[in-house]
Design a protein around this ligand. Structure first.
Ligand code: UD1
Ligand code: MG
Length: 452
């Protein structure tokens, strides 16, 4: 028997999104909306999570995967009916059932923890979350008796003018005593004219059963606004982005312009790093301390060590060791690994390649499928010609080599330690340690001033 199970309601059509994509799969800061709710349920330590999905929701279960169970609500007959579909999955397996929506990504973990704590301490039949707001947003009203105890939630569709005037709103998030819920939920009658089964009717039902109802009131409406349209989607994104940005600033990261800084939830940034305007940090990106990132940079799934400087560049799947400089206008693609102190100047591209410590690649070069040693100088416009039209081949450049401007290194090719390649060479054969080649095609030459 688990202490806590979570039922996440996500069978709605989401028609107001006007989209071919299921509403709860629309990304919010890079993460499908539904995964925010599922993530909260996991973070709460729920032993069991059941997602209530509708017809044609295969895409949702494909995305969320096997960390949750699924209950199908074939016909959308209201929130009470939706929770009832999770009964087979949850009954007898948890003491408390928390109900959440799949379209409320701005809910805070702390709020849910407080709701569960209140419920666990007082053990009422229902503990609901409420918020006071002048804008009713079409929400149900919390009705209290003369002593101030909650006695019902009334939907706008059936509310009298007096009830419409109430400011305390039902957020749609509840903890239920599981035994009571599964026993009494089937007794909720449909509400006309639509014949929907209102989960909110459980409040009056608990009171009628002589049981208590608790309420946790929150202050921040933005936590529970929910997403129905793309306007709401942008608003929720802004709320979460502001929260994430503030967390980083309070952790000691300078965001020069938070309004143009987009940091996804799983990104980590070390202390005393400065993030300049118009920068987006995506996915599993990790950035060390004392780094300078941006302006005008996009970084995805990359690991960047302390002291790096990235300016006006795009990085994806890259690994940068300490004190690397990239940009302006660098492009690091998957498998790019720059050793300590590498300098990669403007208009360079690196893909599936390692550049050893202290190597310099100053201007508009392409290095792909390569292993480059330490302190190599890669001149302007050097290209590793890694693809012969059928397959990719590797270029190896040993420590201290000097690759002259405009050279083409036709892979597979090996450039020895301390070797030099003259400007404009087309290198088709390996160059020995300390060798000098130039020309088209490049030939081994005696070192200038050396023996003939
Ligand atoms: C519901 C509450 C209302 C509360 C509001 C907060 C009821 C009757 N009313 O309003 O008091 O203020 O939430 O947002 O519960 N869903 C299903 N299957 C259904 C119906 C809904 O899965 O048959 C899901 C939706 O996908 C959505 C959530 O439940 O995620 C809420 O549905 P919605 O229609 O927005 O609830 P309301 O009735 O507007
Ligand atoms: Mg609603």
């Amino acid at each position: 028997m688990h202490e806590l199970a979570v039922a996440i309601l996500a069978a709605g059509q989401g028609t107001r999104m006007r989209s071919d994509l299921n509403k709860v799969l629309h990304p919010v800061l890079g993460k499908p909306m539904i995964l925010w709710s599922v993530g909260l349920a996991h973070q709460l330590g729920a032993g069991l999570i059941t997602l209530v999905i509708g017809n044609n929701a295969q895409a949702v279960s494909d995305k969320v995967g096997p960390s949750v169970e699924y209950a199908l609500q074939a016909e959308r007959l209201g929130t009470g009916h939706a929770v009832l579909q999770a009964k087979d999955s949850l009954q007898g397996r948890a003491r408390t059932v928390l109900v959440l929506y799949g379209d409320m990504p701005t809910l805070r973990l702390e709020t849910l923890q407080a709701l569960v704590a209140l419920h666990t301490e007082r053990r009422p039949a229902v503990t609901l979350l409420s918020v006071c707001s002048d804008d009713s947003m079409g929400f149900g009203r919390v009705v209290r008796d003369a002593t101030g105890r909650a006695e019902a939630v009334v939907e706008e569709a059936v509310a009298t003018p007096e009830i419409m005037a109430l400011k305390e709103l039902n957020c749609g998030v509840y903890c239920f005593d599981a035994d009571w819920l599964w026993q009494r939920l089937p007794d909720i009658p449909p509400t006309m004219p639509k014949g929907e089964y209102y989960l909110t009717d459980t409040v009056a039902l608990a009171i009628a059963d002589g049981l208590s109802v608790e309420v946790l009131q929150i202050d921040d409406v933005s936590e529970v606004q929910g997403i129905n349209t793309r306007v709401h989607l942008a608003e929720a994104t802004r709320i979460l982005r502001t929260r994430i940005n503030e967390r980083h600033m309070l952790n000691g990261v300078t965001l020069v312009d938070p309004d143009t800084t987009y940091i996804e939830p799983d990104v980590e940034i070390g202390q005393d790093t400065v993030v300049h305007p118009n920068t987006a940090l995506h996915g599993a990106t990790q950035i060390g301390g004392h780094a300078s990132i941006g302006p005008n940079s996009v970084i995805r799934d990359s690991v960047i060590a302390d002291g790096c400087r990235i300016e006006a560049s795009h990085l994806e799947g890259a690994l940068l060791e300490r004190n690397v400089e990239v940009g302006p206008f660098g492009h690091l693609r998957s498998g790019a690994h720059l050793g300590e102190g590498v300098h990669m100047g403007d208009y360079g591209e690196v893909k599936q390649a390692y550049l050893g410590p202290g190597t310099k690649m100053g201007h508009f070069s392409y290095v792909g499928n390569a292993r480059v040693g330490a302190n190599v100088n890669i001149g302007a416009g050097v290209v590793t010609c890694n693809y012969d039209g059928a397959a990719r081949h590797e270029t190896i450049i040993e420590d201290d080599a000097f690759i002259g401007s405009g050279s083409m290194l036709v892979a597979p090719v090996h450039i020895g330690q301390g070797a030099r390649v003259g400007a404009g060479a087309v290198v088709t054969h390996d160059v020995p340690d300390g060798g000098l080649v130039y020309g088209v095609p490049a030939r081994q030459r005696p070192a200038p001033g050396g023996e003939q």
